[in-house]
Design a binder for this molecule. Structure first.
Ligand SMILES: [Cu+2]
Length: 100
């Protein structure tokens, strides 16, 4: 009985993890490569793929980072996934993670 409960909780934890991972991948919809990080300016240059919600093709451009921590989380040359919103008229990174 105890083993069954353990197995059940394990598989439930696993499905929860899968769900979180899927939600996460969706939350960071854009691919890119970091080409420059300017901590003083709070900005990062990314060579990015298409950004559907901005109706934007792939290009290299500068983004403002929503938090300074984002600028330290990744390095130049890292492949990343990120999300962006227009905040106060500026293209602003709202999330970024290094990918493999
Ligand atoms: Cu762009």
């Amino acid at each position: 009985m105890r083993k069954l409960i353990l197995a059940t909780s394990f598989s439930m934890a696993l499905s929860a993890l899968v769900l979180v991972t899927q939600a996460y991948a969706q939350a960071l919809p854009v691919n890119g490569t970091v080409t420059k990080i300017d901590e003083a300016a709070g900005k990062m240059t990314i060579k990015h793929g298409p950004i559907q919600k901005m109706d934007m093709e792939g290009m290299t451009m500068v983004f403002r980072a929503q938090t300074s921590e984002m600028l330290r989380r990744v390095k130049v040359g890292d492949k990343v996934r990120f999300d962006v919103d227009k905040i106060n008229g500026q293209m602003t990174l709202t999330g970024i993670e290094k990918t493999k």
